[in-house]
Design a protein around this ligand. Sequence first.
Ligand code: HXC
Length: 297
Amino acid sequence: MESPFKGDVLKGKVALLTGGASGIGFEISRQFGIHGASIAVMGRRKSVLDSAVSSLQSLGIPAVGFDGDVRKQEDAKRVVESTVKHFGKLDILVNAAAGNFLVSPEDLSPNGFRTVLDIDSVGTFTMCHEALKYLKKGGPGRRSSSGGLILNISATLHYTASWYQIHVSAAKAAVDSLTRSLALEWGTDYDIRVNGIAPGPISDTTGMSKLSPEEISSKAREYMPLYKLGEKWDIAMSALYLASDAGKYVNGTTIVVDGGLWLSRPRHIPKDAVKQLSRTVENRSRATPVGLPTSKL
Ligand code: HXC
C-alpha cells in the first residue's frame, strides 16, 4: 500500500531498531528508510540481519546490521556506539525485540518467565539507557535543537488478561510503564519523546504464527470489530506518525493499533446473563434508599 506520508518526513534521521531485521520491526525499518532515514538493525541472527540489510540497500536505503542480544548490556552499548560511529548520530531508537511462547502459568518455569522479561522489559530499558547520551538534546552529533525519539513496541495482552501469556503480559506492562516514566523524566530533562505502539494480531509475523495458528485465528475473526487481521504496514504507519513532526507533541502514550480487538475479547459471562444481572441490580438499587449500609442489601 502507498504511504500517505511525504517521502522526506524522516530525511536526515538515523534510526536504530532492535528486532529490526524481521517481522514488524523490519517493516518499520523499511518504511523509515523509504521516508528518508538511515537504518541500523540489531538482532541475534547474522543471516537474518544480512538479508534485511541487503533488502534495505536494494531500495537505496543506507543500512547496516549489528549482531547483538538486548539482554547483554555490553552488546547494547556496542551496537549503539557502532550506529553512531557509522552514521554520525542517533535520532530514533525503536525497541521491537521481543520473545514469546504460549505456556500455562503452571508449566512456565521461573527462568522462562525471567527470559521474556529480560528480553522485552530489561532489554528495552538497557537499550534506552545506552542510547540516552546520543538522543538527548545537544548530544554527540546532534545538530538539531531538539532531542530524539524512543518507540517501544508493546501489546494489549495486559489490558485485560490473556490465556497462556502471563510472562508476556507482565513484560509488556513493564514496557508501557517504562514508556510513561521515561517520557516524564527524559521529556522534561532532555527533550526526548518516548512513546509506544501496541499492535493487535498482525498477519505474517512470528507473533501470529506462535500465538494464533490459522485454525484459531479464523475463529477469532468472528469477534474482531474490523473483521480482519492488521498488516505490518499499519504498525509502520503509526511509527512514522510518531517519528515525524506530526507527532511532535505526543509523549508518553502507547497507541493501540488493533482494529479495536482488545475491547472485544470473548465473554466469560454470556450476554443474556449480564442483562439479567444488570436488571436485578438496577431494581435492587431503586428499592433501596441511597446511603443504606450495604450490609442491609
Ligand atoms: C515453556 C519455555 C518455552 C515454551 C522456552 N521456555 N520456550 N517454557 N514453553 N515453549 C523456557 C525454557 O525452558 C527456559 O527455561 C527459558 O524459557 C529460556 O529458554 P531458552 O530456549 O534457553 O531461551 P532463548 O534461547 O534465549 O530463547 C528465548 C525465547 C525464544 C523467548 C524462548 O522463543 C526466542 O528467542 N524468541 C525470539 C523471537 C520471538 O519469540 N518472537 C516473537 C515475538 S511475538 P528453563 O527453566 O527450562 O531454563 C511478540 C508478540 C507479543 O512479542 C504480543 C502479541 C499479541
